[in-house]
Design a protein around this ligand. Structure first.
Ligand code: ADP
Ligand code: NI
Length: 211
């Protein structure tokens, strides 16, 4: 399995090396490392966790780098079994946040990868990624009169751009309470608090710049 994972890693690295919206190769690597850490603590098949982590953003609708059927035939050509491929595909189909963040993967491997992807969306790195993403899409930083949207369908979540600051309320601040695993919950705590600290300071500078 290790050789096959190395083959997948090499191609994913090439495909995402220069991705500019925060879903680049180093995001994938951070997610893999976090997911493996969670998997070691919580149980789960580590190689499946690694495989799904490596593939998790390729067929995401906003990236659209490789469709699921293309991934399936690619994995089979490398020598992954049908069962391994199905497990990885199930995970990447179910981890995305989309409109409400309510989809939970059924396996422990999927839960680990979903927690890891969400951990990389919060904390200092999450803050940096949110502004990188917003900048890459031409979204605004902050519009005080534009309230965050309360409930979002999948389509609204993707299609009507909000502001970078609203993204914290529409998604990022919800993630710590959506963690699947105890390890994920523990790791999310400090990252969540740091986002609250950041937002407090942001509003302080915005509203009372001279104080
Ligand atoms: P998922 O991978 O769970 O489907 P998304 O694709 O919505 O999640 O987002 C992945 C990351 O991209 C987010 O954590 C965030 O950093 C960034 N991102 C996505 N949408 C926005 C947005 N509207 N504004 C700012 N950042 C965003
Ligand atoms: Ni991701």
């Amino acid at each position: 399995m290790r050789d096959k994972l190395n083959t997948v890693e090499k191609r994913v690295k090439l495909l995402l090396e220069e991705e500019g919206s925060g879903h680049d190769w180093l995001h994938i690597e951070r997610v893999r490392n976090l997911a493996v850490y969670i998997g070691v603590k919580e149980g789960g098949h580590i190689e499946i966790i690694e495989l799904a982590s490596l593939l998790h953003d390729l067929s995401d609708e906003k990236m659209n780098i490789m469709g699921q059927s293309e991934i399936t035939s690619w994995l089979s050509s490398i020598g992954f079994t049908r069962h391994e491929t199905d497990q990885a595909i199930h995970i990447i189909e179910t981890i995305s946040f989309k409109g409400n963040g309510k989809t939970i993967p059924s396996t422990i491997e999927g839960k680990a990868v979903q927690d890891a992807d969400r951990l990389d969306a919060i904390g200092a790195i999450g803050i940096a990624r949110a502004f990188l993403y917003a900048g890459s899409k031409g979204h605004l930083l902050h519009l005080p009169k534009k309230n965050p949207r309360e409930t979002l369908t999948d389509q609204e979540y993707r299609q009507n751009p909000s502001t970078a600051i609203n993204h914290f309320y529409e998604k990022l601040l919800k993630l710590s309470s959506l963690m699947n695993t105890n390890t994920g919950k523990e790791l999310a705590k400090e990252r969540h608090e740091f986002m609250e600290f950041f937002l407090n300071q942001f509003y302080k500078e915005w509203e009372k710049p001279l104080c």
